[in-house]
Design a protein. Sequence first.
Length: 155
Amino acid sequence: MTVPPELPDFATLMGMRRDGRTLREIADALDVIPSEVWRQLTDGAQGAQQDTQASAGSAAGDPRSVEEMTGWDIDARHRNTGAMRRLMTFNRMQQCLEVKESHRRDLLDWVQEMSGVGVVLDYHPEASPNDACRTGGFYFRRRETADEYFFRRHG
């Protein structure tokens, strides 16, 4: 039986992402599949989020919104979209809240596809319909080294 290679910790993987490496490039360098890199990143991000919540605490104990996570002011007409559902799934995962397995898998597949072509999700309420969202608002843009996740954070 083959023992899977041990992946570097979250901080190391995030450093590789900040250096502009895609999930596929990291996975190839570590001799694993991209989903293993993504899993390590999301598990590490969840742990970091738990640490942050435990140390800072939430005033009302309410989960944060997608808008708080992204820094975007999302228009009502863009809230019932696939892109928004995936953002909500990621937000729930970050907060260690229950997520349907089918939604988690959909998010993982989508992020891997985005990573493979070097793009992240962004938002502007006036963006025209496009490949990211048929109603507009959400759109893809080239990944930059400052992008920590699969979306471009504003503010």
